[in-house]
Structure formats: C-alpha cells, structure tokens
Design a protein around this ligand. Structure first.
Ligand code: HEC
Length: 523
C-alpha cells in the first residue's frame, strides 16, 4: 500500500514539478558542457544560459542521444580516469526529459550562478614559454590542416619538467595540439602540405597533448610523490597542430608553458613517455575491416622491471574504428588500460588513471584495434577505398599506444592521482577581475569570507567551482539579504563534506540576476 502511495506521489510530482532550467538542468550544463561551450571557448556555440540553450534543444537532443556530446571516447566501465567528461545516465535523462517537456525555464532568480572560465594561462607564467609563429589555417571546406612546427627551446641547462600548459592562440580553431621534445634539435617545421601528423625522428618523444576542454598536465610534485620529465639543453619543442575543416584564413599562435623543478631538486622520480605499443607492419586492404595487434616486449619473457603506469594515449588515423589496450601479468591477470569503441581522430588525449596500474616483472602489454576501410566509414579519406599502409601522413595509418610510466615503488597504486594532480594547480596568477567581490583571506588553507554589496531583500546564491567548472560547494542557496553588505563563508570543504583539494577555485555569485565572480586559491 505504502509503495502504491509513494509511486502515485512520485508520478504526480513529476507532472506538477516538471524539470526546469533553473532548478535541474543549468547545473548539468555548467558541469559538463560549459568548459567548451562558453564565450571564447573551443565551440562557437555558447551553452551557459537558458536563452542560449533552449533554441538549441533539437540539436542537443540528437547529440546527447547519440553520445556525441560531451566528447569522451573511453569506456568508463573499463577503467577510470582523471578529468572524466562523460554524462551520467541520470544527467542524460534529466536533459532529455527537460527537452521533451518543452524546455521550461523556471524562476530565473533560482538559476545557480554559472562557472567562470579563464582563457589565459591557468598556471601562470612558468619557467619556459615556447610559441609557434602566427600561422594562417589552410583548412578549406572538407579538408583539415595539419601543420608541424619545430621551435628551439633556447634552454642552456638540463631541467626537469613538472607541469605543461598548452595554450591555444585561437581556441576556436585549435582542434588538437601535441607537444614533443626533440633532444637533437634537428626536427623540421612542416607547414606546407597540410598533412603533417607527427615528427620524423625516433628520438623525438610526445610528452603532452591539448584537446578542447583539457586541463594542463600537472604531475604530482610534492613529497611523497615528486614526478618529472627531463628536458635537455638545446632541445627543440615540436608542435603537431590540427586545424579543422572550415578554419581557412583564421590565425593561430599556440604556445606551451613549462614549469620546471628548481635545479638540483632531489627525490624526483623520472616519468617516461613513449609509444610502448607500435605496429608498423600491417596492410589494410580496401572494402574490409582489418584487425591489427600490438604487443610489448617482444618474446615471451615480459617486462624486465616493475612499472607503474600514469596514463595511456592510443593513436590511430582516419580509418581507425576501435582500439583496446591492456596487459597480462605473469599470474595471467588482465590489467585494463583503455577501451575506445568508437575511435574518433578528432578527440585524442592522454588519459591519466585515477589510480596507477601496477605491472610486475614478466607482464606483457597488448593492444588490439580494428580499421574500417569500407565506404561505411564516413571518415575514410578514400572513396572508393584503396589499400592503406602505415605511415606518417594523416591519410596513412598508425597503430600506437603511448604511455606515461615510471619504475614502480611500493604503494604507487594507492595514490589518489586526481587529488595529487589537482593540488599542483597552485602557484598562480593574481586576480585581475575583482568585480566588487572581496575575499579574505585569499589564499587561505581553510575558511574564506566572501563579501559583496547589495540591497536589503536581494536574493543571492554563492557557488564555488573548480577550474573544470564542476561544483565544489554551494555556499548560499537563494538566500534573502538582510543587509546591504552581504557576507558568505566558505568553510573550504566540498559539498560531500571533505576538505577541498589545494588549488584554484572560482566563486560565482548570482545577486538578483547579476553574476559576479572572483578567483580564490586554497593552499
Ligand atoms: C570537450 C569540449 C566539449 C564539451 C565538454 C562539450 N562539447 Fe559540444 N561541441 C564541442 C565542439 C568542439 C563542437 C563542434 C562544433 C563547434 O565548433 O561548435 C561541439 C558541438 C556541439 C553542438 C552543435 C553546435 C552547433 O552549433 O551546431 C551541440 C548542440 C553541442 N556541442 C552540445 C553539447 C552539450 C549539450 C554538451 C554537454 C552535455 C557539450 N556539447 C559538451 C565541444 C564540446
């Protein structure tokens, strides 16, 4: 009986209280879409307000139903990663129901304040900045432009990198940027043909990548876990840039900012980045799907060291269909790295593991992928299809899986990598945009007092976001001001009641429909 009543109540409540933008939907868009869909973001379409989102309802419905937005190729049931972008099934249902019920706005005074985005350098000036010259995209309609730049770093001493921030010069046309270190300084710039996808020398190593919505690579850099990537004096920085079709005539000058450990810093564990899985020996005949495998090391003995894996980066070109990578330990356990069921050349990334997988001596690393060289692959560069071979051009194919890894130490698997990487986002820009909000102390290691001026009777909400636009804490939820001076206190905790990690946050305020914001630093 009880169940019948509560079912009935649930049913009635869905009818009477249909989901609204202000109460249910806005927080999902802030969390999962706004990082790319905001003014100045990668997408030309801003999706942060009701007036921006509601006219796009049909398109949003299609993209979400087909799992095309947010772009997140890895299968989260296989492995978990730092900075996961996927929509939960509850969020998905909420958005789709909201659209089906006619995209109601609700009371705009209840709309939570939106996240704040920073299109400049998040981590500050750093120790070395290397920039490509201003480049004008040659991507005509239907043709993407791939250009490579080899730029001297000017380094006169060997250093160890702890963070890398890639900042696109023009967020709207940089689809991805891959950053390599060339210790020889001999790589060449290739910006003529529009199809340069990777460097020419085996000694040049990929260390970091930018895709829209990505955060800087911040390796944990405080004891007990100090990680670094060495860079030698005289190295070149090699940029592999991808400008999508339709960006013709637009200009870009992407830069990369490196943060180094102090010279002579001790206790740093070296991180290696390498294409551990490589297969250059396959043929993809036309009109069929072909399976390609990779395995490391060769032979049956397996790895000769115990290894901890930080990240995985699978790489194929346009004929790629799916790819999976895992390892088999001597005890025949499977260690899962990544499963991409629908390969998308446009969304490639280093996926950092929430917890580092451990590979004991004797383990073999494997990958298996499929290539769809038929006409049903809409990305197939050839119509009719022709035989495709491995090679460096985008119209050739590749089968690579890169990893960031290091020699294992006891306890590596227990580190919370998301917490440690976020904690590194710390030594940062001063606040330029105070907006009438004053916060003290700032930085602070526990409480923040957030102060702004309004009128008696003003309605206000105060939300703390992280730099990914995710809600950390709701400090004030639709309160009515009793005074002209309004104070809200953030206790430095997340809404789950845990101490918020060290790093940069944004305070965002809705004061009677006016949005105010300010950056704060927790340390
Ligand atoms: C990681 C970045 C990223 C995230 C996160 C993201 N998008 Fe997108 N979205 C893009 C890019 C890039 C495009 C390509 C078209 C463009 O340049 O506008 C796009 C296109 C779209 C389009 C088509 C736009 C148009 O003008 O036709 C819609 C609709 C869309 N996204 C909805 C969403 C929704 C809804 C979410 C959140 C649930 C979301 N996106 C999350 C990057 C992103």
């Amino acid at each position: 009986m009880n169940r019948i009543i509560s079912t009935l109540f649930l049913f009635l409540s869905t009818i009477t209280f249909a989901q609204t933008w202000s109460n249910d939907v806005a927080p999902i868009f802030y969390n999962k879409c706004a990082q790319c869909h905001h003014p100045g973001g990668i997408s030309a379409t801003s999706l942060t307000t009701f007036n921006e989102v509601s006219p796009m309802a049909n398109a949003i419905n299609t993209y979400i139903t087909n799992d095309e937005m947010p772009p997140w190729p890895p299968n989260n049931n296989y492995q978990q990663y730092v900075h996961d972008r996927a929509l939960s099934s509850t969020d998905k249902t909420t958005i789709l129901n909201w659209i089906a019920n006619g995209t109601l706005e609700g009371n705009s005074a209840n709309t939570p304040p939106p996240p704040v985005f920073n299109n400049g350098a998040l981590l500050g000036a750093g120790d070395l900045e290397v920039r490509i010259p201003t480049y004008t995209s040659k991507a005509q309609i239907g043709h993407d432009d791939y250009a490579c730049f080899s730029i001297p770093s000017g380094l006169t001493a060997n250093r160890v990198i702890k963070s890398v921030e890639i900042i696109p010069g023009n967020r709207q046309i940089v689809h991805h940027a891959l950053i390599y270190l060339d210790p020889t300084g001999n790589e060449l710039t290739d910006s003529i043909g529009g199809d340069c996808s990777s460097p020419a020398l085996q000694t040049t190593t990929l260390i970091a990548g930018y895709t829209p919505g990505a955060t800087p690579m911040t390796l944990p850099a405080v004891a007990p876990l100090k990680l670094g990537i060495p860079i030698t004096s005289g190295s070149n920085i090699y940029f592999a840039m991808h400008y999508p079709a339709g960006s013709f005539g637009e200009q870009d000058s992407t830069k990369v900012i490196f943060h180094f450990y102090p010279i002579n810093e001790t206790g740093i564990r070296q991180v290696y980045a390498a294409p551990i899985i490589e297969n250059w020996n396959f043929t993809l005949p036309p009109n069929v799907v072909t399976t390609v495998n990779g395995s490391y090391p060769a032979g049956n003995a397996g790895l000769t060291n115990n290894v901890s894996i930080l990240s995985v980066f699978p790489h194929m070109h346009l004929v790629g269909k799916d790819i999976k990578s895992f390892a088999i330990t001597p005890a025949t356990d499977t260690v899962k790295f990544i499963d991409i069921q629908k390969w998308d050349f446009h969304w490639q990334d280093f996926y950092f593991f929430k917890h580092m997988p451990y590979l004991p001596i004797g383990t073999t690393i494997k990958a298996v992928g499929h290539y769809d060289n038929t006409t049903s692959n809409i990305n197939n560069p050839n119509n009719p299809p022709i035989t495709v071979y491995p090679g460096l051009n985008t119209t050739d194919e590749m089968f690579l899986v890169y990893f960031h890894y290091m020699l294992h130490q006891a306890g590596d698997e227990n580190y919370d990598m998301e917490a440690l990487m976020t904690a590194e986002v710390n030594n940062l820009l001063k606040d330029e945009n105070a907006n009438g909000v004053s916060i003290y102390p700032n930085p602070s290691s526990n409480e923040f007092s957030i102060n702004f001026e309004g009128k008696k009777g003003d309605k206000y909400s105060v939300i703390i976001y992280d730099t990914q636009g995710k809600i950390v804490s709701t400090v004030a939820d639709k309160l009515i001001s009793e005074n002209t001076h309004i104070t809200a206190t953030w206790d430095g905790n997340t809404f789950q009641g845990e101490t918020a990690k060290k790093g940069v946050y944004f305070v965002s305020i809705n004061l009677n429909g006016t949005f105010l914001s300010k950056r704060i630093i927790k340390n």
